[in-house]
Design a protein around this ligand. Structure first.
Ligand code: C5P
Length: 237
């Protein structure tokens, strides 16, 4: 596979074309951003950790029958993915109250829900990724009703598998964000990444965070938290 020109550079990744039109080459960066880019830093090793963790998780989900854009990990910081057009909807699933939900509704941080909560956010940096509902998605023509139902169903299915996966390594899956894209045939595939950048992960015994909150709120060393997750998942450290 040959790496060609850079197609897109985001906050955490660079995406390159390859000699195959349906395959893209992703490079994970060490840049860390929070609060829609207001807080920034370069954290050595973060790109490697997210690439490794996301590769392990997408591979485990594939074994459970959940298809994603992930093809293979190429190196410590690179992976190959199927080309999709990202649907500009961030799908957040919450099992335990934290983050913006606590701020918005005044719930108690740490409250466990009987049923997971699914939320949609409009993926738009200028607007600050606002919360949206299914009516907004319909009016804005971002996805069909069937697609929205499928996003929700797939997100809940991923949640079931991730809860189990993290339970085995003594980690509570608090919440996470997923992105989806349409492939060339229009099929909706799980995309982007699943890593401590996009999930809240708490040690089930101590409640310690192993995720991006370490950086967001200066709670501790981000790389140490991510290394713990990678090591517990059985990946290289
Ligand atoms: O900030 P909030 O509580 O809404 O985040 C919910 C979950 O979604 C967290 O795990 C957070 O890391 C993730 N998220 C994300 N990218 C965003 C917004 C939230 O990965 N743009």
């Amino acid at each position: 596979m040959e790496k060609r020109g850079c197609l897109y550079e985001g906050k955490a990744k660079r995406i390159y074309e390859t000699d195959k039109p349906e395959v893209l080459w992703v490079e994970y960066k060490d840049d860390a951003t929070a609060f829609n880019g207001v807080k920034k830093d370069v954290l050595t090793g973060k790109g490697r950790l997210n690439n490794e963790i996301s590769s392990v998780i997408f591979s485990l989900l594939a074994r459970e029958g959940i298809k994603s854009h992930f093809i293979e990990r190429l190196s410590e910081t690179e992976q190959l993915i199927r080309k999709v057009t990202i649907i500009p909807i961030e799908v957040v699933v919450r099992n335990i109250a934290a983050g913006s939900l606590v701020k918005r509704l005044g719930l108690t941080r740490g409250q466990r829900f009987d049923q997971p909560i699914v939320e949609f956010y409009y993926k738009d940096d200028e607007l600050g990724d606002p919360l949206m509902n299914e009516e907004h998605i319909r009016v804005m023509g971002l996805a069909t009703e069937d697609e929205v139902a499928s996003l929700k169903e797939k997100a809940l299915e991923v949640n079931e598998h991730l809860i189990e996966l993290f339970k085995k390594i003594d980690v509570d899956l608090v919440d996470f964000k997923l992105e989806f894209g349409r492939d060339i045939s229009g099929k909706v595939l799980l995309a982007d990444e699943i890593s401590p950048d996009t999930c809240r992960l708490w040690d089930s015994k101590t409640g310690d965070s192993f995720d991006k909150d370490l950086f967001r709120f200066g709670q501790g060393n981000l790389q140490e938290g991510y290394e713990t997750i990678l090591a517990r998942l059985g990946g290289k450290s």
